[in-house]
Write a protein that binds this ligand. Structure first.
Ligand code: F6R
Length: 366
């Protein structure tokens, strides 16, 4: 049932090219130049009239929400706020009738997310679900939604759910951008084409398995790790750190790269591996400066870079190459080696990768 893989987690990491495709199949219609999502299309007025979009979720799904914040705001210029469902539900939040709430949940059973949805509904908001489990409580409790087609996720640490959530949320962002006219038609068409190429690129990103395994051998005994990224890849840094914590029990923190000098830089010494997400887009030059700051304090750099990179390669102790992609879509690629790195470190440490201690697949109690 593990399809020849040692663990469900590894199998699920490798399923990502096909489940991303399953998730956009029938929705991303490149030849017609359109995105078809009945849950959005049928409620388009609600989305277009929304003064803001509120995203509620927990854990990895919350990280997907953060990626979506960057993408939705950039593409469709609708203000987005992302909240931990557990905080949202208990802090007497301001919810308006013209708010659209997007709840993201793999299991569709997370108690805090479910409670946040009920609260939003009581206050008259329109609630849209992004769930993986068909017929789950959250999918039933929401007014409309779109399923991720990740298939069953058995490994407790979420992998393919995350990338399929980002896929759905990117489709929504593009659909809204088209309807609002906030993106030029040529950019819109270019994104459709680029999105269709993502599964192949994820397949290529999976070729980092060997290099991540070698890096894992070197750093498996680390006690702390720092993950840094900027822009679209800041949430990927958070997710990379969460994955390492969960399955290898190594303390890890994700940070926006520029925040390093506001505190975490004090931690840097020769024992501190720093994983830096540095694709050749957006804030590349600034990330290069961050890497220099870490090197000058003897930190060890493991950098995720775009294939063909030279600048970071000169500075970093190790580089992991991923294929070229338009910046907004890079999280779907940069995530892959970070999942593999956590996996290999956890296996080398003898951890129970599929069922880490103290964790449950569905958190149905608050
Ligand atoms: C991380 C992980 C958890 C879940 C969180 C939300 O690998 O598994 O952080 O992401 O419990 O779960 P769902 O998405 O089912 O609501």
């Amino acid at each position: 049932e593990k399809g020849g893989y040692d663990h469900f987690m590894l199998k699920e990491i490798y399923e990502q090219p096909s489940v991303i495709k399953d998730t956009y199949r029938g929705r991303l219609l490149v030849n017609d130049g359109i995105i078809k999502m009945s849950g959005v299309d049928d409620n388009l007025e609600k989305f277009l009239n929304a003064k803001r979009i509120l995203i509620v979720a927990c854990g990895t799904s919350w990280h997907a929400g953060l990626v979506a914040e960057y993408i939705i705001e950039e593409f469709s210029r609708i203000p987005v706020e992302v909240e931990y469902a557990s905080e949202f539900r208990y802090r007497n939040p301001i919810i308006n009738k013209d708010d659209v709430v997007i709840a993201i949940s793999q299991s569709g059973e997370t108690a805090d997310t479910l409670a946040a949805i009920k609260l939003a509904k009581e206050n008259g908001a329109f609630v849209f679900g992004v769930c993986n489990v068909v017929g789950s409580s959250i999918s039933r409790e929401t007014h409309a939604g779109a399923y991720t087609h990740a298939g069953p996720e058995i490994g407790v640490a979420s992998t393919k759910a995350f990338t399929t959530q980002i896929t759905i949320l990117t489709l929504i962002a593009l659909r809204l951008a088209k309807a609002k006219g906030t993106m030029s038609n040529s950019d819109y068409q270019r994104y459709l084409l680029e999105l269709e190429l993502i599964p192949e690129k994820v397949q290529e990103a999976l070729l980092t398995n060997d290099v991540t395994k070698q890096i894992a051998e070197i750093y498996k005994d680390a006690t702390n790790c720092l993950y840094l990224g900027r822009g679209y890849n800041f949430p990927v840094a958070l997710e990379g750190a969460l994955k390492l914590k969960e399955i290898s029990y190594i303390h890890a923190e994700g940070y926006p790269a520029a925040e390093m000098k506001h505190g975490p830089i004090a931690l840097i010494d020769e024992h501190m591996p720093v994983i830096v997400i540095a694709p050749n887009k957006g804030h590349y030059d600034k990330v290069v400066s961050n890497i220099q700051e870490i090197k000058s304090r003897s930190g060890k750099i493991i950098a995720v870079v775009t294939k063909g990179d030279t600048q970071v390669k000169e500075l970093a102790d190790h580089v992991i190459e991923i294929p070229e992609a338009t910046e907004a879509l890079t999280p779907l690629l940069t995530t892959i080696p970070l999942q593999l790195l956590s996996y290999h470190i956890a296996v080398l440490r003898g951890c129970n990768v599929d069922q880490p201690r103290n964790l449950a697949k569905s958190v149905t109690v608050e």
